[in-house]
Design a protein around this ligand. Structure first.
Ligand code: NAD
Ligand code: TDX
Length: 336
């Protein structure tokens, strides 16, 4: 199989490429990535010389780049490329719409013309909006996004649906919960708090710290995507979750305990505007229809993740670039 992976230099995309090269040694992967502040070829070190892997530097919202990509023939496309940080979407919503909506639509156009056999849109649980303490979202729950990031992902989902219904395109959408694991950019809460705690700097917990996220190890997510790619039903949506709901305060305490750091590092700060209270997914469909379920124990997965960051301090220092720091200083000054 010849597979396009977009956004393969980011967190989940790079884990997915490693996973596929191991699980499907006969497959050829082409990774197109714009290498934004979140994209990093060091995430793929060791595989750049593989004859089964090719990299194209390109922007999915730029017609010339996408045209160049589609000069070759492919079977599948998995679309990870996106602007992904909710906090950044508060400052630069237009960029989120350009990449996440227009970029996806451009890929759909070319994939349609080139008769791609399966187009997998990697979406998120955030498109459903927020839950209080009870209940779960299933695939038929209404879309009710609250941040510009979530709205851009929800827009991409409905555009994918329209291409599937109108042009009979083989599109499948996956909606996953919060991922954790190696190579995650240290702007997302787990690697951010690990790297802060290692420097004995305060961990800025938004609001009352009682917002809940459902955590899944990135390898379980990659496994689910492969199941959808091979066995998923065209035109369908699949929720993917780890079943590990934790409040941010519980999560922060576990990280501090693993690192042997004091809870006095926790600093409650002004809340994120529009902060979703709780995400929780009903994943019965993918379990029943595709036989997938998450395998990683949360305590083990988190411990391994902390160890990965401890062993890769240079990677962390290198990725926190000038562009990221400008956002970081403004955003956290406004929170304090
Ligand atoms: P990430 O921010 O780590 O990586 C995104 C990648 O996309 C980067 O390599 C970046 O350079 C690339 N990119 C950005 N704009 C681009 C453009 N215009 N053209 C080409 N490449 C571009 O993100 P991630 O956490 O790996 O998320 C990957 C996908 O999974 C996203 O679509 C995201 O919405 C979705 N998702 C993420 C999570 C999570 O918890 N991280 C959960 C559910 C769904
Ligand atoms: O400094 C912080 N303090 C804090 O309390 C940060 C960065 C986050 N938080 C809280 C906000 C959330 O309740 O931690 C929780 C997780 O925050 P993020 O890591 O920013 O993730 P979230 O907003 O839940 O979105 C993530 O999950 C779904 C990803 O970033 C998305 O790309 C994915 O679609």
């Amino acid at each position: 199989m010849r597979v396009i992976v977009t956004g393969g230099a980011g967190f989940i995309g790079s884990n997915f490429i490693r996973y596929i090269l191991k699980k499907k040694p006969g497959w050829d992967i082409t990774n197109i990535d714009a290498l934004t502040y979140a994209g990093n070829l060091a995430n793929l070190s060791g595989i750049e010389d593989s004859p089964k892997y090719k990299f194209i530097k390109g922007d999915i919202s730029n017609p010339e780049d996408v045209e160049r990509l589609f000069e070759s023939e492919y079977d599948y496309l998995v679309n990870f490329a996106a602007e992904t940080h909710v906090d950044r979407s508060l400052y630069e919503p237009g960029l989120f719409l350009k990449t996440n909506v227009l970029g996806t639509q451009l890929l759909l156009n070319y994939a349609l013309e080139k008769r791609i056999k399966r187009f997998i849109q990697i979406s998120t649980d955030e498109v459903y909006g927020s839950l209080e303490s009870e209940g779960y979202f299933d695939e038929s729950s209404p879309l009710s996004p609250n941040s510009p990031y979530a709205a851009s992902k929800a827009s991409a989902d409905v555009i994918c649906r329209s291409y599937s219904r109108t042009f009979d395109m083989p599109v499948i959408i996956t909606r996953c919960g919060n991922n954790y694991g190696p190579y995650q950019f240290p702007e997302k809460v787990i690697p951010f708090f690990i790297t802060k705690a290692l420097k004995d700097e305060p961990l800025p917990l938004y609001g009352d710290g009682l917002n809940v996220r459902d955590w899944i190890h990135v390898e379980d997510h990659c496994d689910a995507i492969l199941a959808v790619l091979e066995k998923g039903e065209i035109g369908e949506v699949y929720n993917i979750g780890g079943g590990n709901e934790r409040t941010n305060l519980e999560l922060t305490r576990i990280i501090l305990e693993i690192l042997g750091k004091p809870e006095s590092l926790i600093k409650f700060v002004k809340d994120r505007p529009g902060h979703d209270r709780r995400y929780a997914l009903n994943c019965d469909k993918i379990k029943a229809e595709l036989g997938w379920s998450a395998q990683m124990d949360f305590a083990d997965g988190l411990r391994k993740t902390v160890e990965w960051y401890l062993n890769n301090k240079k990677w962390c220092d290198d990725v926190i670039s000038g562009e990221y720091m400008k956002f970081y200083e403004l955003h956290y000054r406004e929170r304090s």
